[in-house]
Design a protein around this ligand. Structure first.
Ligand code: ADP
Ligand code: MG
Length: 429
């Protein structure tokens, strides 16, 4: 369901619901995003005046994602199989009012707007980190020779941050698509992907592998997106949960992400070191049939475990894709569970909260369950028969209470479309 803000914008653009307000920006009254439902309508009423007067806004929405299988394979040039979610970020790009020569960025989830002069990345001012996810596209486009005019940009997201659902890609991709549309840049799929990946890598400094941006841009309803992270070629694969009477139940464990940055960096460096020792460009180049031989050639037990995880995880992605292509969705469960075991025992990126959730889901009848996302907390997915979902949720909550963990957040997820224009007034529909 589109957020209320989008419905409001749609009405505004169609000229039917123009509510001009002279109220000041009531940003301080916004409730804290992570503790309540998505903001939307109420949040955006203060902004109406800004956008309705000129009527030149461009509105795009891009989703968060769940990774069905394929963890820590992206930076090893391997395979991933994420799907886009219904939750997402909506970005509104508008030409700035006459007399304003800078870029103004607002987020419904942040108290203060950020206003900067126009520049490239190298001369970018010091700004709050969240705004770099938005301004990054403007800086990089400027660096690439685009004369980006003065703009007002507003974003509003219902993707929880830091839960492993990729609020950052939703934000970056919604802004990039809206900018491309608003400025008539005509960026193709590859250029949009490169821009959104570079925003996170270069403008924010987050070493993401690119999966999140690919699926946020290219996801398709009812499908997962099979991504080759070397060529960045993608292909939609059917994931019709409803047709099989199945549900993906997501548990956001809310476990604090302790040491996740350092541990992520260590895994990444370890994988690169192992590839170097094995004489291959990346661990993707170790064929499954050569795994035993590769393991024998490595002395370091930690590196051996990393290699075993990455090589077997790539195989699991390929096997799940094969099953989905053949319409055998109910049979993917064991591969999901094997992925979790590999992350727990070989890659060692799980924490007690996620292991507890996976165990509880299995006991409640899950066909398969695994942690999703980079690890050290975040979300767990369980593939369940529809009729088991209620009991499985209860089982996870009870297991968390027994273990003395904080209360998890549970919700269901189904594959939704990737980035899309959401207002009838925008170009590019
Ligand atoms: P994830 O992508 O898993 O949610 P990240 O750490 O990659 O976690 O990205 C989260 C960051 O993205 C937030 O800390 C914030 O800086 C930025 N962000 C995401 N959504 C918004 C938003 N709606 N408004 C402002 N910043 C946001
Ligand atoms: Mg992210």
């Amino acid at each position: 369901m589109p957020p209320a803000a989008v419905l409001l914008w749609a009405g505004l653009v169609a000229g039917s619901t123009v509510l001009v307000t002279s109220a000041p920006l009531l940003v301080s009254s916004l409730s804290v995003w992570s503790s309540g439902p998505p903001q939307g309508l109420a949040t955006f009423i203060p902004f109406q005046r800004v956008f309705t007067k000129r009527g030149s806004m461009t509105v795009w929405r891009a989703p968060g994602r769940i990774n069905l299988v394929g963890e820590h394979t992206d930076y090893n040039d391997g395979f991933v199989l994420p799907f886009a979610l219904e939750v997402g970020c909506t970005a509104v790009v508008d030409t700035a009012p006459a007399g304003s020569d800078g870029w103004t960025v607002r987020s419904a989830q942040q108290p203060e707007p950020v206003v900067v002069r126009r520049s490239g990345l190298s001369s970018a001012p010091d700004v709050p980190e969240w705004s770099r996810y938005v301004l990054g596209a403007l800086w990089l486009l400027t660096d690439r020779g685009v004369d980006v005019p003065a703009l007002d940009i507003v974003v509003d997201s219902d993707v929880p941050t830091g839960a492993g659902l990729s609020s950052s890609a939703a934000l970056v991709c919604s802004v990039a698509r809206a900018l491309d549309d608003h400025l008539d840049l005509g960026l193709d799929d590859d250029a949009l992907f490169a821009l959104t990946r570079d925003v996170e890598n270069d403008a924010v400094g987050a070493p993401t592998g690119g999966m999140d941006q690919l699926v946020s841009l290219r996801g398709e309803a009812g499908h997962a997106l099979f991504c080759d992270m070397r060529s960045h070629e993608t292909r939609s694969v059917p994931l019709d949960l409803a047709a099989h009477g199945l549900t993906v139940l997501v548990t956001d464990t809310r476990a604090p992400h302790k040491h996740s940055d350092g541990e992520y960096g260590a895994r990444r460096r370890g994988c690169e070191e192992a590839a170097r020792l094995l004489g291959v460009p990346a661990l993707r180049d170790v064929a499954a049939g050569d795994l035993d031989d590769a393991l024998r050639r490595l002395d370091d037990d930690e590196l051996r475990r990393y290699v075993r995880h990455v090589v077997t995880e790539d195989e699991r992605v390929l096997s799940v894709v094969r099953l989905l292509d053949e319409g055998r969705l109910p049979e993917i469960g064991p591969a999901l569970t094997a992925s979790h075991v590999s992350m727990r025992d070989d890659f060692r990126i799980t924490v007690p909260e996620v292991d507890t959730a996976v165990d509880a889901l299995h006991e409640a009848g899950a066909l398969g369950a695994r942690m999703t996302g980079g690890g050290f907390g975040g979300c767990v997915i369980g593939l369940l028969p529809d009729e088991s979902v209620g009991a499985a949720g209860d089982a996870v909550r009870a297991a968390f209470a027994d273990a003395g963990f904080g209360e998890p957040s549970l919700f269901t997820a189904a594959p939704a479309p990737g980035a899309r224009a959401v207002s009838p007034g925008t170009r590019g529909n």
